[in-house]
Design a protein around this ligand. Structure first.
Ligand code: GN1
Ligand code: MG
Length: 331
């Protein structure tokens, strides 16, 4: 990208066009993200939305705008700079957005200490609590069938049947659990839909959870999927669910969320983890190349890891249920 374009974009957002550093942030898989640093120490997160994945970026930004209304009293929350009343800018048919970098914060790709796991759970719980009464009709579905586990698993079974039949048994078994979750008929809520520890900011001094970030997939969904997504990203050691980590995370989450049905959360954990394995395996077996920054070998490796985690969730069902149940009792 030509430097001039950055200068133009920054200026359009009402910022100084000359900055001292532009760092490319590579942790996300979909959008292009840059940290813009100015000589006075202030910094911003600038992103270009990937339109190949997000077909209607305006709808994503409308969802984010709606989301922000519920969090207006939160001191720590990413707030996109408005330009002509909109929270994004179109340049050469591409969508750009920017928010002030949240200082003294840090995120992690994995978590080991129980305080941070508790804080991760509590931060997600606060997010869900704040959206408890949110009007889902105001939120667009920006990716159809995003967490339609049955559809994603059936799609991969169609391919594994032909080329990778060893995997078919695992995915057929998952469909049984998906049915169980469907039968609960859980209500749709405004959900984050991409909960993972790298999408949580912690206070770099105190270790307390500050906020979730990355709201591109905020849309109607299931809170038990969000809960489960957090466990598959943070409550794992050696590709197995880690019961001690799960205990800390669940205590944090249920310190703010009232619940009584542990099986829903267990099913949310298993379905979302298996769903992501299906997505990686499908990407490996098909021509889709959705996870464009991963090599075929990396996709297969990630699919295998997620299958191992899913199998350990099935194996430890009773322990998981009891850990979640006792987290309810902490209230
Ligand atoms: C993608 O781009 P990123 O890392 O925020 C994906 C998530 C997956 C995640 C896997 C829109 O998120 O669903 O869980 O990769 N987002 C989309 O780490 O597909
Ligand atoms: Mg994301």
């Amino acid at each position: 990208m030509i430097l001039n374009k950055f200068s133009y974009i920054l200026k359009s957002f009402g910022l100084k066009s000359e900055c001292s550093e532009i760092k490319t942030i590579t942790s996300g898989h979909i959008n292009s993200t840059y940290k813009i640093i100015y000589s006075d120490g202030s910094a911003y997160i600038l992103q270009q939305i990937n339109k190949a994945i997000f077909k209607s970026p305006e709808k994503i930004m409308s969802n984010i705008d709606n989301l922000c209304k519920y969090f207006k009293d939160f001191s720590c929350f990413p707030r996109f700079i408005l330009i002509n009343g909109k929270n994004y800018l179109t340049v050469d048919n591409e969508i750009w957005r920017i928010y002030r970098y949240i200082g003294n914060s840090v995120s992690y790709i994995s978590l080991d200490d129980s305080f941070k796991l508790y804080e991760f759970g509590r931060t997600l719980g606060n997010f869900h609590n704040t959206l408890k009464n949110a009007d889902i009709s105001k939120f667009y579905v920006t990716i159809e069938n995003f967490h339609n586990t049955a559809m994603r698993v059936e799609k991969v079974i169609y391919l594994t049947d032909k080329k990778f039949s060893d995997y078919t048994g695992f995915f057929n078994n998952i469909l049984r659990y998906v049915k169980k979750l469907d039968m609960k008929k859980l209500p749709l809520s405004v959900a984050h839909n991409d909960v993972k520890c790298s999408n949580v900011l912690f206070d770099s001094k105190t270790g307390k959870g500050l906020t979730l970030i990355d709201f591109d997939t905020v849309m109607p969904g299931l809170h038990v999927h969000d809960f489960g997504d957090g466990t598959r990203s943070a409550c794992v050691s050696n590709n197995k669910i880690d019961i001690d980590k799960l205990r800390a995370y669940s205590k944090g989450y249920f310190s703010v969320i009232r619940a009584s049905q542990e099986e829903e959360y267990f099913l949310g954990m298993l379905c979302i983890c298996a769903e992501l394995s299906a997505r990686y395996l499908y990407d490996y077996l098909s021509e889709e190349n959705y996870f464009k920054d991963k090599t075929p070998e990396e996709k297969l490796k990630r699919a295998d890891e997620l299958i191992k985690i899913s199998e350990s969730i099935i194996e430890k069902e009773n322990e998981i249920l009891s850990v979640i149940r006792s987290a309810f009792q902490v209230q």
